[in-house]
Design a protein around this ligand. Structure first.
Ligand SMILES: Cc1cc2nc3c(=O)[nH]c(=O)nc-3n(C[C@H](O)[C@H](O)[C@H](O)COP(=O)(O)OP(=O)(O)OC[C@H]3O[C@@H](n4cnc5c(N)ncnc54)[C@H](O)[C@@H]3O)c2cc1C
Ligand code: FES
Length: 259
């Protein structure tokens, strides 16, 4: 695991992608030195000036440019904390702890990977897809949402690999759930998924049926993010593991899910 830091980052851009989703770009301070980020890792953000938001909020690292010291976060307005983050003015200081957790496996050049994200679950797949493409992995992306308006960053994902889409209402791509998309009918050297649990279970079942190894990023409720409070534990073949330290990425063969 890389070095963990607490630092103030500077909000340099905040862009609404839709009614519910915003993309924040932060410049990291020089004081933290070189910071390694693994795709799948997250940060914990302190929400200041929000009296009812005591705990830091866990947010995946969507993109990271070490040379430019830029970090991008994709945020869904879920409640008071995330609403507050989406409404921060440009120039605001954002108190960040991270990077935290483990990351997805980066397969070897020439292999194939399917990256499947539902809703806000697409966030960690941006950095993962970019790193895989740089490593010579043949990347297919599967994006799922309720409706076309909630398919996020489509052009950016198209720059990474082939993109398949599922919407519940059929307004873009195949009609139905992402877990039923036809792109899941073939075998991949690795399937990585992040999104609502029923979607991840469905994707993991398809991966299992085609003999594709599968890694999932769990969004278990978190508080400390540092392995101390145990509120994020996930039962696994190795006992209860902390999603914030031993995860959030787990190989589905280690989980007690019925596949
Ligand atoms: C590893 C990880 C990565 C995540 N990545 C992102 C991301 O990239 N972008 C994003 O928008 N959201 C992400 N989330 C979810 C995000 O942390 C929650 O939506 C946020 O904490 C809600 O806070 P709130 O104050 O806005 O809403 P609240 O009013 O506190 O809650 C609204 C909803 O969010 C859920 N929630 C609340 N607190 C947490 C928590 N500490 N952990 C998880 N869920 C919580 C609640 O169950 C509730 O359904 C991630 C969660 C985890 C665990
Ligand atoms: S959030 Fe405290 S142990 Fe994981």
């Amino acid at each position: 695991m890389g070095k963990k830091n607490i630092f103030d980052a500077l909000l340099i851009s905040s862009r609404d992608l839709s009614e519910r989703y915003s993309m924040l770009t932060l410049r990291l301070p020089d004081s933290i030195g070189e910071m390694e980020v693994l795709p799948g890792q997250f940060v914990e953000i302190r929400v200041t000036d929000s009296p009812s938001t005591y705990l830091r909020r866990p947010i995946s690292i969507c993109d990271y440019d070490a040379a430019e010291r830029m970090m991008t976060l994709l945020i869904r307005r879920a409640g008071e904390g995330t609403e507050h983050l989406c409404n921060l003015p440009i120039g605001a200081k954002v108190d960040i702890l991270g990077p935290l957790g483990n990351g997805f496996t980066l397969p070897a050049a020439g292999t194939s990977a399917l990256l499947a994200g539902g809703g806000i679950g697409v966030a960690p797949l941006m950095l993962l897809g970019k790193r895989m493409r740089q490593a010579g992995v043949n990347v297919t992306l599967l994006l799922g949402a309720r409706t076309a308006d909630e398919i996020l960053l489509l052009d950016e994902f198209k720059a990474i690999g082939n993109v398949a889409v599922s919407t519940d209402d059929g307004s873009l791509g195949e009609k139905g759930y992402a877990a039923d998309n036809s792109v899941l009918n073939r075998r991949y050297d690795l399937v990585c998924t992040c999104g609502p649990k029923p979607m991840m279970v469905g994707i993991a079942r398809k991966a299992h049926a085609t003999g594709s190894p599968c890694e999932v990023s769990l969004e278990n409720l978190m508080a400390c993010g540092l392995g101390a409070c145990l509120c994020c534990v996930e039962p696994t073949l190795k006992g209860n593991l902390r999603a914030c330290v031993e995860g959030p990425v787990f190989d589905t063969s280690q989980l007690l899910w019925e596949l």
